[in-house]
Design a protein around this ligand. Sequence first.
Ligand SMILES: [Ca+2]
Length: 336
Amino acid sequence: MRKIILDCDPGHDDAVAILLAAGNPDIELLGLTTVGGNHTIDHVTRNAQQVLTVAGLKDLPVYRGVTRPLLNDVITAEDIHGDTGMEIHGFDLPEPAVPVGEIGAVQWIVDTLMREEPGTVTLVPTGPLTNIALAARLEPRIVSRVREVVLMGGAYGAGNFSPSAEFNIAVDPEAAAIVFGEDWPVVMVGLDLTHQALATPEVQDRFRGLGTASGDFLAALVDAFRANYKDAQGFDNPPVHDPCAVAYVIDPSVVETVSVPVSVELAGTLTRGRTVADLRAFGALGLSALASGVPGEGAAGAAASAADPACNTSVATRLDVDRFWDLVVDAVERLG
Ligand SMILES: [Ca+2]
């Protein structure tokens, strides 16, 4: 069992990540923490409570995170996630039957990491990195106690918030710089990978076929997500980003990664919030070599980089799409 803390901003795809983490038998979900991102902290916290209520996960604790990024003003993504942060039609979300913890998310993350055995807890942030950065600053000893940080965010290719930056990083670049700069292993599950996790009508049929509240919820959720993604970014099927990070924790062979140095751009006028991955070892083929798995002329250099113990960051490249969706459907089925 891999213990994880899911730090999220539900968010349609966060909802899928929550159900994957809660239902998969190899994951022990210690709790949810929320962070402002897809919508304000009030909305995303309520959404998290509602997801747990739909799935009957009434004993899973939820802790409310900080209200805004370290320096940026609040940025939300209503074009993708709607007025509530988790727009849905044709499914009645219940009133939350899950309480929110008394202490704040940052303190709970610190307390949990200081209580659990060192090296056993993986942080899985699927929103802006504000809570995680503050936890590392509040109690620096957590850094060496975390097994790894597996985050959804960033891209070594194109961004979505801007040409250069992915949304979660763009919302709070300073927090992201702290997280990528700490001396813990960071796995960046970015857009390069998550745009392979497209929720097709066939996937929705599998959710509906479960005949459960959680399955019906996800089928309806994907309908709304698809409509918004089509309008905002022209996708025929929406990329379901966040559960890809959970899938990596469950089975790294589903989400292939390559070890490369990654830093966060804070000063660029066009590129603020970019996750700058040093792909020079891949030579002229660069990004395409990573995406296709075909070694570029610098592949030997890449291997050397991967072997460099000083490099503690890696980027996700290729998704085993069929096994990914099997994991998601299986987890939701287990929730009943
Ligand atoms: Ca998210």
